[in-house]
Design a protein around this ligand. Structure first.
Ligand code: C5P
Length: 215
């Protein structure tokens, strides 16, 4: 499941995984944990070579229970810190660095392979259907109007400014879509869902129906 921030990916992916008894992986959380490490160690996130030189160091572990996904960095729970404004502002530059993507790709593929042996997994991100697992049984690309996405994100973050949230989202979208390695694209063969008019429950129902129709 791919798409820009605020498209409803995380809530949908977790809801679908829970309904279908599958595991769940939030790859954005892994890029965010990598970013927390860089910020903590004083690495300039705009210095591609510096970020690349450290990309192998952080130990990032994702728990794949859709009801209680976890993320640790060097053994520490960083679930809150990965959502901080500083992390959010720095994550897209870090995610453009090929060495970062290669490192996380390895982790992501190992997690997916292990979960497939046990029934399956819903994975969300920006490059899942295009790069991480092009042979996925079901590929979805979720989007929504920028205004709707910003309103959802602002509500989640308890922020009052939908406009500044929308500016942040569009800035991040531009970096994610414009990068050379694994940009945000609609993957070949993906079903494109515009979630703007739907409630979360309606989106989950639709996605579950799509998954069931392929089985
Ligand atoms: O999904 P989330 O907003 O938490 O992702 C944070 C950032 O991580 C994205 O803006 C993007 O820069 C990066 N990302 C990525 N590839 C993924 C998942 C996230 O580049 N598969």
């Amino acid at each position: 499941m791919d798409g820009p921030s605020g498209s409803g990916k995380s809530s949908t992916a977790r809801g679908v995984a829970d309904r279908l008894g599958l595991r769940y992986l939030d790859t954005g959380a892994q890029f965010r944990a990598m970013t927390v490490w860089m910020l903590r160690h004083g690495v300039d996130v705009h210095d591609v070579e510096a970020v690349a030189a450290h990309a192998a160091e952080p130990r990032i572990v994702s728990g794949t229970d859709p009801l209680e996904p976890t993320i640790t960095l060097d053994g520490e729970d960083v679930a809150e810190e990965i959502r901080s404004a500083d992390t959010t502002a720095a994550v897209s530059p870090v995610a453009t660095v090929p060495a970062v993507r290669a490192r996380l790709l390895e982790l992501q593929r190992a997690t997916i392979a292990a979960a497939l042996a046990e029934g399956g997994i819903v994975v969300e991100g920006r490059d899942i259907g295009s790069v991480v697992w092009p042979d996925a049984e079901v590929k979805l690309y979720l989007t929504a109007d920028p205004g709707a996405r910003a309103a959802r994100r602002a509500a989640e973050n308890g922020s009052t400014s939908v406009r500044s949230t929308e500016e942040d989202l569009l800035r991040r979208d531009a970096i994610d879509s414009g990068r050379t390695t694994a940009p945000l694209v609609v993957p070949d063969g993906a079903t494109h869902l515009d979630t703007t008019p739907w409630t979360l429950e309606e989106v989950v129902d639709r996605v579950v129906a799509i998954v069931e129709s392929t089985r």
